[in-house]
Design a protein around this ligand. Structure first.
Ligand code: HEC
Length: 165
């Protein structure tokens, strides 16, 4: 090693690197500048992130979750009593008889009076089935169509007339 910088000198360790030679040249000033800049930027950014702005991924995530629209509760409506059942009967007549039959004995859809429930025969089960539907089997997702109130009523009717548990 001489004190004087001599460009284009081969370092001579090709034996360690599969025959690849390397010059011992100075790095370009623009490259070194960029490198120094990233180091300084990194330090400043870290200090700012943690100690000045007090940011954190957990905080951002929590804030996003809070800002996001809440999913509608699966069972939001409630209705009971003869009036609800009467209203439910009308809703059933307008929307459901095509598949479940006017007397609930089924057709395309299953018999709702046979005391055999695929998705449960308790009132909340029936409400949930109607709300979410079983799209892959042909039962429509009624939640967005009827809304919680009408679903609660038609569920009360199915539960009553169909002999729910
Ligand atoms: C396009 C046909 C169709 C319409 C219209 C329809 N259903 Fe269904 N429904 C089905 C099918 C098919 C199933 C069976 C789903 C399965 O096998 O998982 C079903 C299942 C159900 C079940 C679950 C039965 C069980 O055994 O768990 C309920 C409750 C029900 N429907 C109520 C309704 C109500 C209330 C309406 C009207 C708002 C309605 N359905 C309209 C086709 C329909």
């Amino acid at each position: 090693m001489s004190d004087k910088y001599v460009p284009d000198q081969i370092l001579g360790h090709s034996d360690e690197a599969d025959g690849i030679e390397e010059y011992d040249n100075a790095l370009p000033a623009w490259w070194l500048g960029l490198f120094a800049f990233t180091v300084v930027f990194g330090v400043l950014y870290t200090v700012d992130y943690h100690f000045i702005s007090h940011r954190s991924q957990v905080k951002e995530y929590t804030a996003e979750l809070e800002a996001a629209p809440k999913p509608a509760a699966v069972v939001a409506g409630s209705a009971s009593g003869p009036e609800a059942i009467e209203a439910g009967k009308a809703i059933f007549g307008a929307n459901c008889v095509g598949c479940h039959g006017a007397d609930l004995h089924g057709g395309v859809g299953p018999d709702l009076t046979d005391h055999t429930w695929i998705h449960g025969g308790r009132l909340p089960d029936i409400e949930k089935t109607i709300t979410t539907g079983v799209p892959e089997k042909g039962m429509i997702t009624w939640g967005p169509i009827l809304g919680p109130q009408k679903i609660a009523q038609v569920a009360a009717y199915v539960h009553e007339a169909g002999g729910g548990e």
